[in-house]
Design a protein around this ligand. Sequence first.
Ligand code: FES
Length: 98
Amino acid sequence: MIDDSTRQLCFDGRNVPFRPGQSVGAALAAAGISSWRTTRVGAAPRGLFCGIGVCYDCLVTVDGRRSQRACMTPAHEGQVVASDDPRRALDEPGGPNA
Ligand code: FES
């Protein structure tokens, strides 16, 4: 039997455990992390809202790919997840228009 507690992803340099089948968003929420990006206007914190891929509030960078929905992205061992900074230009390396 595999010990689920040994499965971890890395979020902003912090190890976050997850269970098989969990999304990145679920893993972050279970670890007590409730926000991982801010809005362009007002820098309001954002994290999970709808949890079903509709609202796009949960955008995060996953393995260098920006603007991934944390609630729809399956967690994987060794995955590198970073909070999203909306002030970064879209054509920066790793951006969707690069
Ligand atoms: S929480 Fe709404 S799209 Fe992810």
